[in-house]
Structure formats: structure tokens, C-alpha cells
Design a protein around this ligand. Structure first.
Ligand code: PRP
Length: 183
């Protein structure tokens, strides 16, 4: 799919590249202050969070290590069934460490709710969540999310790590996908 086709599949650009970078910069400053003097570990959730992680950590005014998990909904073919299996676990032990989960989007919240409970069970010093996007209208569970980039409407969005059928992840902005693409 070429760049023009990707653009043509968007109804509109919801959040521009500049808006994303500006928000991530502000969040990075807040997060760095919050963890001052603490041993912070960034945990990304593959694959959607790769762009957020790459840019967020480069906005941090210092260095922090990262690790990654990959998970998949288990059982029914639909995502966000709430039952999750780990495809790739963390490389490191998080005992007594301050963990910040870095996500691209909280939709129903079921995936992150499971991941958070899983990480909480490993005796970390703390677990907090940063997500670039959140869809309040789609929430099925309450999640305590300390840092949110943007609350958005319950629309199908792609770009900046978010995919439809593994496409569009490399768009620099976040856009609403035209219904003709997925219907
Ligand atoms: C997306 C996103 C979250 C999850 C959010 O991942 O990255 O992990 O869905 O949905 P929820 O709040 O309804 O549980 P996806 O399963 O699409 O995988 P990907 O990151 O590899 O695209």
C-alpha cells in the first residue's frame, strides 16, 4: 500500500504529528519528575506501542531502561476478550522496581487490566500506566491510568502504531479510518 492510498483511506486526521509530539514531550517531563530518584522501568506492549515508546523515551530528560511484552487474546477470535495469553514475557525481573506501562490505546481496557494484574503479582515497587489514547465510551472496566495523552471518541483509528490488518502503523499522525475499508 503506498502513502497516497493510506491517506485516502482516512476520513480525517484526528491528531497531528505535532500534537502527538507536543503531548508526549509534556508527559515525559511530568513522568520524569514523578519518578525522580527512583529506578524507573518502561514496559511497552507490542506491537502498537512501539511508536509511543520510541518517541516518549526520547522526550525524557534522562535515561530509563525499557522492556517489552507481547500478549494475545485467548479463546474467542475477538480481541479484548479479557482473557489474555503471554506471547512474549518481560526479559527482566520487576521485583521492587517502579514499572511504567507504555501503551498506544486503551479501548475496552480489558487487555491492560489483565496486564496490570499480572505485573502487580510480581511484587514490583509500583505499577503505573501511560497511554497515548483512551476511548472513555468503550470502557468495559475501570483502569487507574495516571497519564493519558488524548481522550478520543469511539471511532476506528489508525496510525502512529495503531493498525487495521497490520497496515497504517507507520502513519505519522492518527486518523479515523473510512468505514469502506473495514465494512
Ligand atoms: C491494541 C492496543 C491494546 C489493546 C487495547 O492491541 O495496543 O493493547 O488493543 O484494547 P482493549 O483496551 O480493548 O483491551 P492489539 O490487540 O490490536 O495488538 P497490537 O498492539 O499488536 O496492534
Amino acid at each position: 500500500m503506498d502513502a497516497q492510498d493510506m491517506q485516502d483511506d482516512l476520513v480525517k486526521v484526528l491528531i497531528t504529528e505535532e500534537q502527538i509530539q507536543s503531548r508526549l514531550s509534556d508527559l515525559a517531563t511530568e513522568v520524569w519528575k514523578h519518578y525522580e530518584g527512583k529506578d524507573l522501568l518502561l514496559v511497552g506492549v507490542l506491537k502498537g506501542a512501539v511508536m509511543v515508546m520510541a518517541d516518549f523515551m526520547r522526550h525524557l530528560p534522562g535515561s530509563a531502561p525499557m522492556d517489552w511484552m507481547a500478549v494475545s487474546s485467548y479463546g474467542s477470535g475477538t480481541k479484548s476478550s479479557g482473557v489474555v495469553r503471554i506471547l512474549k514475557d518481560l526479559d527482566c525481573d520487576i521485583t521492587d522496581r517502579h514499572v511504567l506501562i507504555v501503551e498506544d490505546i486503551i479501548d475496552s481496557g480489558l487487555t491492560l487490566s489483565w496486564i496490570r494484574a499480572n505485573l502487580d503479582s510480581r511484587s514490583p515497587a509500583s505499577v503505573e500506566i501511560l497511554t497515548l489514547l483512551r476511548k472513555p465510551e468503550a470502557a468495559k472496566v475501570e483502569i487507574d491510568t495516571r497519564w493519558v495523552g488524548f481522550d478520543i471518541a469511539n471511532e476506528f483509528v489508525v496510525g502512529y502504531g495503531l493498525d487495521y490488518d497490520e497496515q497504517y502503523r507507520n502513519l505519522r499522525e492518527i486518523g479515523t479510518l473510512a468505514p469502506h475499508v473495514y465494512s
